[in-house]
Design a protein around this ligand. Structure first.
Ligand SMILES: C[S@@+](CC[C@H](N)C(=O)[O-])C[C@H]1O[C@@H](n2cnc3c(N)ncnc32)[C@H](O)[C@@H]1O
Length: 214
């Protein structure tokens, strides 16, 4: 077992009950780090004035690196074991601008000064909830691998989205977290690399006027 596997909650007996209590899918509550290339994509695009919110911070490796580059980092991790390990390993060396929060990001209110969200969680089932919460506090962008899974992207949260029905044929990515291809097939039209950012796609399920899942 590697060092992170020893600490990861998925190798501890009570994960299923813990995840259920928090309204998370079991896979969603697993910790696994990503490649350095993924972290580099984010770190290279941060600015000194950014206030970052890292949702599902894992073992805090990215949050700690980001804190060296930006004004402030809030790092939320639901699993107490990961938080405890990080805090005890850092001790007095904890950076002043890194705020570690042990909480469920689904019910924890997002700080009002956040400008950039990070959601590195390929198995995320709550993209829509995090996306909307970031928009409510006025965040500008979101780095995530939750929509394309194997690819990381920076989403402009201020972008004006077109309704799915009015979007041209081609690839689309929705604010609910769904991605897909609109059109008969990719061969029927001249497909460009461009991905259309949409809202109200076929996978959005509306309940009381709110997109709740995908
Ligand atoms: C795949 S790991 C990735 C960790 C980290 N983002 C990274 O890139 O190294 C996902 C992490 O998100 C945490 N997580 C999942 N849902 C969460 C939630 N609602 N609130 C806080 N943390 C959550 C899990 O406990 C897990 O540690």
């Amino acid at each position: 077992m590697s060092r992170w596997e020893e600490k990861a909650q998925q190798f501890q007996g009570n994960l299923r009950a813990f995840a259920r209590r928090h309204g998370l899918e079991e896979w969603e509550a697993w910790f696994a780090p990503y490649d350095d290339e993924v972290y580099r994509f984010v770190l290279e695009r941060l600015h000194p004035t950014d206030v970052v919110l890292d949702i599902g911070a894992g073992d805090f490796r990215l949050a700690e690196a980001a804190a060296k580059l930006v004004k402030r980092v809030y790092a939320i991790e639901v699993f107490p074991g990961l938080v405890a390990d990080f805090l005890s390993s850092k001790g007095m060396a904890m950076p002043q601008n890194l705020h570690v929060i042990c909480a469920n990001a689904l019910d924890f209110p997002f700080p009002a000064d956040v400008t950039v969200g990070i959601l590195l969680m390929r198995h995320c089932q709550h993209f829509s909830a995090y996306f909307q919460k970031l928009k409510v506090v006025g965040a500008q962008s979101l780095f995530t691998n939750a929509r394309w899974k194997m690819g990381i992207e920076e989403i402009d949260l201020k972008l004006k989205r077109v309704n799915f029905d009015n979007a041209p044929s081609g690839w689309y990515a929705c604010e609910c977290g769904a991605i897909g291809f609109k059109g008969v097939s990719a061969e029927d039209i001249s497909v460009t690399e461009k991905v259309h950012e949409v809202k109200n796609c076929p996978q959005c399920i509306r309940e009381e006027g709110v997109i709740v899942t995908w």
